[in-house]
Ligand binder design. Structure first.
Ligand code: NDP
Length: 293
């Protein structure tokens, strides 16, 4: 029987550390990290996420602003807001909540954010930095997964890691972060032979967006299982991409849904914002303005 990985508790610890570091930065340098969140239209899920991000930022003592634009906003108007935020020295992190309405070019908007203010880690420069193993903001969800692995004492070095999903925001950066930590990584997608790939995993990360796609019987006994998926059932309850009850029988550690990876994403966003503020002001404030470790 596996042990649950309590993402809520780990996320609370990460947020508390960010708050301590932010307080220190403010006391020492008079600097308050600032996070600007841009939301376009009335997508209900986006509204929930943006509200949660803003609230979390305020709770750790950051400045935070929500810019809510009409669903019919033009690409030019949206880009002009991003440029304004790029130039605002009080804004250290910019997040454009995706998805955007269909008439907008999300890639162009993400690329318009200054890489050093891209606290989502989605900018092509930051994706490239991850690929090359250089520092820079990292995508929050996979970063949160890495933290959860660390919390349960799971060192990826030498382990077989299988990532199900190859999206730019979860699967691919996840695979690269595991590779950077010396795992032997396999990336699966809709054309993979999932049962056979999954059965080889010491570390299994599933981010497919398909309810209970991965069956417990496929899981290697003792594997660490991280379920990124969030799917809503007919009764409104949330379930992951892994068949939880049967996976729990075989895994050594497993994340629940909800309460596993979900809370980590926002916690890592706060960490990225703090680091961005620290980095952007270092040349003004001196190297000792750095916070964190
Ligand atoms: P995408 O839809 O962008 O990508 C899904 C990936 O899963 C694709 O690479 C796809 O393969 C693969 N896939 C889909 N069906 C199958 C299948 N039957 N067998 C194997 N692979 C399959 O999703 P995201 O990466 O954006 O999100 C994945 C999940 O994670 C979603 O449930 C989302 O809600 C959740 N999520 C949770 C977050 C959190 O904070 N907890 C944050 C972000 C996402 P192919 O490329 O071949 O199409």
């Amino acid at each position: 029987m596996g042990q649950l990985i309590d993402g809520k508790a780990v996320a609370a610890r990460v947020r508390a550390q960010v708050k301590t570091d932010a307080d220190r930065l403010r006391a020492a340098r008079g600097l308050t990290p600032g996070l600007a969140v841009v939301r376009v239209g009335e997508d209900p899920a986006s509204k929930v996420y943006v509200t949660a991000k803003k609230k979390a930022a305020e709770e750790v003592g950051f400045h935070s602003w929500e810019h809510h634009l009409d669903a019919r906003v033009s690409q030019e108007a949206l880009l002009s807001l991003v440029h304004r935020l790029n130039e605002d020295p009080a804004v250290h992190g910019i997040l454009v909540q995706l998805p955007l309405p269909g008439h907008l070019d999300a890639d162009a908007v993400v690329a318009a954010v200054l890489p050093e203010k891209d606290v989502d880690g989605f900018h092509p420069v930051n994706a490239g930095n991850l690929l090359l193993g250089r520092p820079g903001p990292r995508a929050c969800t996979p970063l949160g997964v890495m933290r959860l692995l660390e919390e349960v004492g799971c060192d990826p070095a030498g382990k077989r890691a299988v990532v199900v999903g190859r999206s730019n925001i979860v699967g691919k950066p996840m695979a690269l972060m595991l590779l950077q930590k010396h795992a032997t990584v396999t990336v699966c997608h809709s054309r993979s032979d999932l049962p056979s790939e999954v059965s080889r995993a010491d570390i299994l990360v599933v981010a497919a967006g398909v309810r209970e796609l991965v069956k417990g019987a496929w899981i290697r006994p003792g594997a660490v299982v991280i379920d990124v998926g969030v799917n809503r059932k007919e009764d409104g309850k949330l379930v992951g991409d892994v068949e939880f009850a049967s996976a729990l029988e075989r895994a050594s550690f497993i994340t629940p849904v909800p309460g596993g990876v979900g809370p980590m994403t926002i916690a890592m966003l706060l960490g990225n914002t703090l680091e961005a503020a620290s980095r952007q002001t270092r040349h003004v404030l001196g190297p000792e303005a750095g916070v964190g470790s």
